[in-house]
Design a protein around this ligand. Structure first.
Ligand code: SPV
Ligand code: MN
Length: 626
């Protein structure tokens, strides 16, 4: 390759060349020069943190046909290809250098082979197009948490999404000077047909952990392309592991307790299991809904939202269940809708919005009418189940005032939840941090959803809801979580929640709104305001505490019968879960810490003893308060 600076000078206008040169970072310059040489763009646009650049990008998205202006100011709609509607787990791989091993649970490809393949797909992919070079920052600016990132893409939709979701980072790059400590993303949509990526068989997301760099090609769906989202989470998990902090697939929420007290919770749920709606609970304040970093500061666990926007699932967002998001989605403010239905007047519609949907319009399948089927004869729904909205948290009335605090928020509790029809009670506190990490986080299972490609409704192991993004061996990741609170005087309490418990007839045992009560009970526990009842797996709420919370916050009568049905400890199901999960660790995770097996054995013993004494299904009234 010719000298980077020379190449940049030749290919960029003076203005954009100067923008790059104002950042004295040879590694970043090399990255951009290499990308230009590889992809061959007609022009290069370098974004600073200015409003003018943000506006330019959003206008480009419309001009290039990647977004359509909708009926309200600031609202646009983007469509991904019919077969490009979710994260592609099978084609997302780590580039493995010779001699390294990530364990068999992580998808990888020999580095040399992978780099050659993905670069061959990227070769000349931007010919005739403008390359966009954007700088962003993960986490608040000017903070121990900040990670500078540079994103190259030929998709103004991807860049526009990032301007909504992340803090701009041109100034952050000025701050890091010539440091090589930043993340890099190179994305091209590849060949387009009707403004969507055409060569889906050549879709690849390849991650280079040695270089803190990710390649993404022949795809547009956000989870595959937005570098700072799940691509950076994979890089961050490795970085965190090396540096002694944590990068998690978690929301961060300010829970508002009695007397104006605010207690912060972070929570992990697999995609489409209630993570965003928990972060948006009525009366509470949101810090973030998807990715959180944790660091220890002065003996305290503190957390930031890596993002400043939400890329949320739009299905079932309606004025009753999610009033604040619904308000934003129906008022003039910056929103990119994706893979919804639009009518000729540019009005957006989606499944579960609480209004009647038109019988025809345009969606991710093109012209759509009710009853339309795809090539395989499957009905095409009006909007895709993984259709999303992308908006700014500062536009929401429930934003938390500490959203951009460089020190993050102090974490009082951690919550793990999944789609579980028959095992866990609605809320339970672990007896300790270690038990919480092992019996709650590392045992997380969930029934699959439309957020990833493949069959839905299959019970799948997903430790800490972070399995899709782990870039270190699973055992090491668990050990990092266990060790993280060393030196912390009051580690966060750890809770499990389950919004999806059903009775023997398959009916849900709880309403959607009930999750508020579980979180507010956890808030009381963190502050020592109430006692719990001891079960073999942790502490559950006392009836009278829940009765009070239901009355106060949901204006609902909480019945003893409902309580018993929801909080009955299901011994055989809990034992079966331990067996299932242990089998996975034994078979697939060779570096599982011994403490995990020891803890399983201890909890199994407790479950059996309780079962011997009280039977398979134990009413909470038969257990004692602790
Ligand atoms: C998820 O699926 O967990 C998401 C959306 O948050 S994605 O960007 O696809 O990862
Ligand atoms: Mn997510």
């Amino acid at each position: 390759m010719q000298n980077s600076k020379e190449l940049l000078k030749e290919k960029l206008t003076a203005e954009h060349y100067d923008r790059l040169m104002a950042l004295d970072n040879p590694k970043m310059h090399d990255f951009i020069a290499d990308a230009i040489e590889l992809t061959g763009p007609a022009s290069v646009y370098v974004c600073t943190d200015s409003d003018a650049d943000r506006v330019y990008i959003s206008k480009q998205a419309i001009e290039k046909g990647e977004e359509i202006q909708l009926d309200k100011p600031g609202h646009t709609c983007h469509f991904d290809g019919y077969f490009d509607q979710a994260r592609d787990k099978a084609k997302t791989k780590y580039l493995l250098p010779p001699g390294s091993d990530l364990g068999e649970s992580l998808n990888s490809i020999e580095k040399k082979v992978g780099v050659e393949e993905v670069r061959s797909f990227l070769k000349d992919s931007m010919v005739g197009r403008e390359m966009l070079v954007c700088f962003f920052c993960l986490g608040p600016l000017d903070s121990d948490f900040s990670i500078a990132c540079v994103q190259i893409t030929d998709s103004p939709y991807v860049a526009h999404s990032e301007f909504i979701l992340y803090r701009t980072g041109y100034e952050q790059f000025r701050k890091i000077g010539s440091s090589g400590d930043f993340f890099r993303f190179l994305h091209s949509e590849g060949e387009l047909e009707n403004a969507v990526s055409k060569n889906i068989d050549k879709r690849r997301v390849y991650i280079d952990l040695e270089e803190d760099m990710v390649y993404s090609v022949n795809t547009q769906y956000g989870g595959n392309t937005i570098g700072l989202k799940k691509l950076s989470l994979r890089l961050a998990i490795q970085k965190a592991s090396a540096e002694g902090w944590l990068a998690e697939h978690m929301f961060v929420l300010g829970a508002h307790g009695p007397g104006g007290r605010v207690t912060y919770f972070a929570g992990a749920f697999p995609s489409a299991c209630g993570k965003t709606s928990t972060s948006m609970l009525p009366g509470q304040t949101i810090v973030g809904d998807d990715i959180a970093y944790f660091r220890k500061k002065e003996g305290q666990v503190r957390s930031v939202n890596v993002e400043k926007g939400i890329f949320g699932i739009i299905r079932d967002v309606n004025s009753k269940d999610d009033p604040i998001i619904y308000q934003a989605l129906t008022s003039p403010c910056e929103v990119i809708f994706s893979n919804i239905l639009i009518d000729d007047a540019g009005k957006p519609y989606w499944l579960g919005m609480g209004a009647e949907l038109p019988s025809e319009g345009t969606n991710h399948s093109g012209k759509w009418h009710k009853g339309k089927t795809d090539a395989k004869g499957n009905e095409i729904t009006a909007s895709h189940k993984n259709a999303r909205y992308c908006l700014n948290i500062p536009d929401l009335s429930n934003r938390d005032p500490l959203l951009d605090d460089p020190d993050g928020v102090p974490v009082g509790g951690i919550v793990y939840g999944g789609r579980d029809s028959d095992t866990w009670v609605p809320v339970e506190e672990a007896y300790s941090w270690a038990e919480g990490i092992i019996i709650k986080g590392a045992c997380l299972e969930s029934e699959t959803t439309a957020a990833t490609l493949g069959k839905e409704g299959v019970r799948t192991f997903n430790l800490m809801s972070n399995l899709d993004f782990l870039s270190i061996p699973l055992g090491k990741y668990i050990q990092n979580n266990l060790d993280f609170v060393d030196g912390v005087e009051n580690p966060p309490l750890v809770f499990s929640v389950n919004y999806f418990l059903r009775d023997e007839d398959g009916n849900y045992l709880n309403g959607m709104a009930d999750k508020l009560v579980w979180i507010l009970w956890a808030e009381l526990r963190v502050n020592g305001d109430v006692d719990g009842i001891e079960t073999p797996t942790g502490l559950i709420p006392k009836y009278e505490d829940l009765e009070k919370l239901f009355k106060e916050h949901l204006d609902a009568e909480y019945t003893k019968d409902g309580y018993i049905r929801q909080f009955t400890v299901r011994i055989p199901e809990n034992l079966a879960k331990l067996d299932r999960v242990e089998k996975i660790y034994k078979k697939k995770v060779s570096d599982t810490p011994q403490i995990l097996y020891d803890t399983f054995a201890m909890v199994r013993k407790r479950l059996k003893a309780a079962g011997d004494k009280h039977g398979d299904n134990i009413s909470p009234f038969d257990l004692t308060t602790g």
